[in-house]
Design a binder for this molecule. Structure first.
Ligand code: ATP
Ligand code: MG
Ligand code: MG
Length: 545
């Protein structure tokens, strides 16, 4: 007891600190395990881990686990996994709760020094008194009384809500965050990491700075909303004669047409507005990963924004899309998939004759590299997109129309010779066409397509999921009824698209460019019978309204 408090002069504190760090930069990334991490946390990690890495130091992954009600083992496990997926290696993994005993002893010391008192005001009273800059009636109770009551709080002898430990800060300050912030509260809730050992839990304001200090953090980096809490941060360390880290703030990231606050994400997930924390429409890191976005693209996006204090923090989603395309264009194999198949019968190709053609797999591959191509069957039954056929041709239209020719990419030009319509005289059931085996004709339009691999056998059937912005407004977090702003068409499922046989062996996480449709990733919902693909991003910016 008391070992932490022995040094009480600055020089001694600094020497002790330097001995612990060896003069190296030590930072921490302190997520609360009350949800999955999101793209805002990618920025925080870039700042915290990035600075330490750049300086040859280390960054703690520290679970800021002081609110047992909201925290879960599932989140703890996920956070560690996703931090590594983002490419960061924690110097050490710690928990604020690892320090509960130290923090408790420090609290006792704080009371002894006359800097904290046990209070009995209700939350409403605390609020009212703060607004009026009035002291709590318990503020000046004797130290011995507070010590005794704090001990009783710890032993579970006082009911939840009947007492708190408050720091005796400055009720006359201009800073609202100096009005005797709560240091400890009673909660008869077991803790996901500390078990049922404690029924008093420290607050963020009490625990964050003390743990930063105990871990010898050199630079404590956080988002700007904590700026007003800096005074309290230093007040407490000063009151306890503890080493003081350097605190520095940066602006919080927000992305258009989506929400990032974990409280909101939690509602979306638990009320099933989306399909879990890793729904590809969410900007959680798990959602982005499932959608096919790589950590490299996310980090490039964060780096591109810069780390500033300015509050230009609503970043358009298409800035992220740019980095995603940039990467997937280099790394995703090409393939062909038809989302809404329209049957084309090639009348001058014999039923049963299959031509084995080469299609380009990689964008910049050399023609002589075998791995640069995949085999694609061409037969007398070919499917094109319904949207690539029109009954009425026009000048600026490059798709197929009666009498018109298009090139089937990697195969042949075809010319539409006949159209089979349904009884409504509008719905196109089937197209008849002739192919140009000589490839002499050079049509302007080039289409993707998928053919029957053998007579009577349909092409590979896959499910494709297309995503659009999750919210209609740019900044839904601002709206009172933000849930009413959800885009009803944010997810479109195409249960049976046709794919080239090459895709048969794709596995979860593989990414592809489906020609003319965008970049896609294999989803975890895939089964041996049926692959499911998520569209990561379209080929060009389709985000403009
Ligand atoms: P939320 O409102 O999403 O719960 P939080 O700040 O409570 O956010 P934590 O898990 O406590 O979430 O955050 C861990 C670290 O990540 C903190 O340093 C926090 O400042 C930072 N962080 C959280 N959200 C963002 C964001 N949108 N942009 C940048 N940094 C963020
Ligand atoms: Mg937090
Ligand atoms: Mg939070």
């Amino acid at each position: 007891n008391g070992t932490i408090l022995r040094c009480s002069n600055t020089k001694e504190l600094l020497e002790k600190h330097l001995k612990a760090t060896g003069g190296k930069v030590l930072t921490r990334f302190p997520p609360e395990p009350n949800g999955y991490l999101h793209i805002g946390h990618a920025k925080a990690m870039f700042v915290d881990f990035g600075l330490a890495k750049e300086r040859g130091g280390g960054c703690y992954l520290r679970y800021d686990d002081t609110n047992p009600e909201a925290e879960k083992k599932e989140y703890i496990d996920h956070i560690e996994e996703i931090v590594r997926w983002m490419g960061w290696e924690p110097f050490k993994i710690t928990y604020a709760s690892d320090y509960f005993q130290d923090l408790y002893e420090l609290a006792v010391e704080l009371i002894r020094r006359g800097h904290a008192y046990v209070d009995h005001q209700t939350p409403d009273e605390i609020k009212e008194y703060r607004e009026k800059k009035m002291n709590s009636p318990w503020r000046d109770r004797p130290v011995a009384e507070s010590l005794k009551l704090f001990e009783e709080m710890k032993q579970g002898l006082i009911d939840e809500g009947k007492a708190t430990l408050r720091m005796k800060q400055d009720m006359q300050s201009d800073n609202f965050n100096m009005y005797d912030l709560i240091a400890y509260r009673i909660k008869f809730t077991p803790h996901p990491h500390a078990g049922d050992k404690w029924c008093i839990y420290p607050s963020y304001d009490y625990a964050h700075c003390t743990v930063d200090s105990l871990e010898n953090i050199t630079h404590s980096l956080c988002t700007l909303e904590f700026e007003t809490r800096r005074a309290s941060y230093y007040w407490l360390l000063h009151a306890l004669d503890l080493y003081q880290p350097y605190v520095w703030e940066y602006s919080r990231l927000n992305v258009s047409n989506n929400v990032l606050s974990k409280r909101k994400l939690n509602r979306l997930v638990t009320e099933k507005w989306v399909d879990g924390w890793d729904d590809p429409r969410l900007l959680t890191l798990a959602g982005l990963r499932r959608r096919g976005v790589t950590s490299t693209a996310i980090n490039a996006f964060v780096r591109g924004m810069g780390i500033t204090r300015s509050d230009c923090s609503l970043i358009r989603f298409d800035r992220l899309e740019y980095h995603i395309r940039e990467e997937l264009n280099r790394t995703a194999a090409r393939a062909m998939v038809v989302l809404q198949p329209l049957k084309v019968v090639i009348t001058n190709l014999e039923n049963g004759s299959i031509l084995d053609l080469d299609a380009k797999k990689w964008p910049e591959a050399q023609a002589d590299e075998a791995s640069a191509f995949y085999k694609v069957p061409f037969s007398n039954i070919v499917y094109i997109e319904q949207s690539d056929f029109r009954l009425k041709d026009s000048k600026d239209y490059y798709g197929l129309a009666p009498g018109k020719s298009v090139l089937l990419r990697y195969a042949y030009p075809i010319k539409c010779t006949d159209v089979i319509l349904a009884d409504d005289n509008e719905t196109v059931l089937e197209i008849r066409a002739e192919y140009d085996a000589s490839k002499k004709s050079k049509p302007k339009g080039v289409l993707h397509w998928v053919a029957q691999p053998s007579p009577g056998v349909n092409p590979l059937n896959v499910e494709v999921r297309l995503f659009d912005k999750l919210f209609l407004s740019e900044n839904p977090a601002e709206l009172d009824d933000w849930l009413a702003d959800l885009n009803p068409h944010s997810k479109v499922v195409i249960p049976s698209a046709y794919a080239v046989p090459e895709l048969r062996n794709a596995v979860v996480g593989d990414t592809f460019q489906f020609e003319r449709l965008g970049y896609f990733a294999v989803d975890k919902d895939s089964t041996p019978e049926k692959l499911v693909f998520n569209r990561t991003v379209t080929l060009r910016d389709s985000y403009k309204s």
